[in-house]
Design a protein around this ligand. Structure first.
Ligand SMILES: [Zn+2]
Length: 193
């Protein structure tokens, strides 16, 4: 897998290397079936891993007590449905004050939201704006899915229904971030690790 991230930003080389190593390993574990739920890690700007988390298949809860420790650091984790950051991920990014949040999927695709190194960029709390504008909410996703069901007669239930809701939510977040992240002083990027 080619290292595609960090072409434009002056990121610490050790951090780039350590993140890359960790994410490649994580992908391997998902591919081999060792991991079936979200795993997350937090790195400092100097490339030091300071924290690990384990979540469920679709979410990882970060304890509020850890927010201070995580502030201004880099959070990466795996996803099982899509590599796209969820609305919950973006909100956590703002609430904690992370420098970067990343999500990867087993084929090595990733998405990342990070602060721009452009000193003139106006950084603002994008997660709060998304929340206020109700981008990618469960309510919005349910109403979209209801339309699909009504129009197509699609029969769906249980885990499949939950997955579909999550897919709609992250697609909405993806659409919105692609269009707006830069205006808020952030870099939203997708690629292969
Ligand atoms: Zn996530």
């Amino acid at each position: 897998m080619a290292d595609k991230f960090d072409k434009t930003d002056m990121r610490n080389k050790k951090l780039t290397d350590e993140l890359h190593k960790y994410e490649i390993e994580l992908c391997r574990h998902i591919q081999s079936g060792i991991i079936e739920h979200e795993i997350a890690a937090v790195f400092t700007e100097d490339g030091l891993k300071i924290k690990d988390y384990e979540g469920t298949r679709s979410k990882t809860i970060i304890p509020y007590a850890d927010y201070d420790l995580l502030r201004k650091n880099i959070y990466t984790h795996c996803h099982f449905i899509k590599e796209i950051l969820s609305p919950g991920d973006i909100l956590a990014f703002s609430e904690i004050g992370l420098k970067e949040i990343r999500a990867i999927i087993k084929n090595g695709r990733y998405s990342s939201l990070r602060e721009s190194s452009d000193k003139n960029a106006v950084q603002s709390n994008i997660g709060y704006v998304m929340k206020a504008e109700e981008i990618g909410t469960a309510k919005q996703a349910m109403s979209i899915l209801m339309d699909i069901i009504n129009n197509t007669g699609l029969e769906i239930s249980g885990e499949e229904y939950q997955d579909k809701i999550l897919k709609i939510r992250i697609d909405k977040a993806d659409e919105w971030l692609t269009e707006n992240a830069e205006n808020f002083g952030y870099i939203y990027e997708k690629g292969v690790i």
